[in-house]
Structures are given as structure tokens and as C-alpha cells.
Design a protein around this ligand. Sequence first.
Ligand code: ATP
Ligand code: MG
Length: 175
Amino acid sequence: MENGLVIVNTGNGKGKTTAALGLGLRAVGHGMKVLMLQFIKGAWLTGELCAAKRLEPDFKIVQLGQGFVKTQKNEHSKETIENARISWDYAKQEIFSDLYDTIILDEINNMIDYGLLNVKDVISVLKERPKRLHVILTGRNANDKIIELADMVTEMREIKHHYKKGVNAQKGIEF
Ligand code: ATP
Ligand code: MG
């Protein structure tokens, strides 16, 4: 199979990461190998991390982020910039390893939006990746150039979210 897709899940509504995980689950069911790289580590030990452990080595999730808090766009500490560089180097290595059928780059859109990754670098890696590899990019504010390159782009749009009436993040829903 030589028809890997570039898929983007973006927008301000819920479901970007979980839709990517859903595709990962679907692929694993076909004996495909899936890797999810989380660029911005969540605050919690997530359900998907524990669930993927049960599906190893077919479904692997690696948390690369330092769980940084966004301050101002394009204003980041040395540690954050260095972490982004190391994370991207790791991602490139995995993309070109040709070990996977699907790679999910979780919250990479935010990394580009924050100025922590160069969109041109990301695009050249996407263009040169193994032909069969599906890549799913998630996160808000997907870059126009990424959208242009992608085969499928879905915008999750918030209509209502329970956090607005003060319902806290809870297991099985947010993490
Ligand atoms: P999910 O991981 O559930 O698919 P997502 O990837 O679309 O969501 P993110 O922007 O990555 O959404 O946010 C991660 C989680 O944080 C989501 O589960 C979302 O419901 C929750 N969330 C997003 N914005 C807020 C907010 N302002 N306050 C509280 N929770 C929020
Ligand atoms: Mg997400």
C-alpha cells in the first residue's frame, strides 16, 4: 500500500485527540502499527496511555512534552525550545524508521502555532515520509500551509462544553 494520508484534526471543539486515537484503534484492529507522539504532555496519566499499554507493541504512545504552560506566543524558555527541538528530532527519526503504518502527532498544530516548530520543516518531513505512512496532526489553529498539504482536514467546532458551566475534567472524558 502506497497511499498514506495526511489527516488534520483542528478547531476549538472537543475530539481532536480522541478522533485520532479512534483511528489508531481501528488501524490496530487490522494488525497495523500505530505510534502516537504527544508533544504537549497532559497533566494526567491518561486513559489512552494505559489502554495503549494493553495493545503494545501495536499501539505505542510516547509523551514527549514537558507539560509546559503557554505564556505568550513566540516567547518561550530555553528549556521549552530545547524540548521542542528534541521532540521533533525524535518524531523525525520515528517517521523515517518505516516501522509504523500510522503516526499521530498530537498537539503538533499548537507547537507550530506557538512558534516552537517551523512549519516548513514539518512540511518537508511530511512530503518525504514513507509513502505508505498515514500521519494525523492534531491541535488547535492548524497552520494554513499544513491545511493546504493535507488530504483530509476536520474542524471540531465547539457548540457547548461542560467546562463552561464549571464541570471539572473527569476520567474517561477529558483524560
Ligand atoms: P480530546 O483529547 O478530548 O479529544 P481535544 O484534543 O479536541 O480533546 P484539546 O484542546 O487537546 O482538545 O484539550 C484537551 C482536553 O481538555 C479536552 O478533553 C477538552 O474537553 C478539555 N478542555 C479544552 N479546553 C478546556 C477549557 N478551557 N477548560 C477545561 N477543559 C478544557
Ligand atoms: Mg488534544
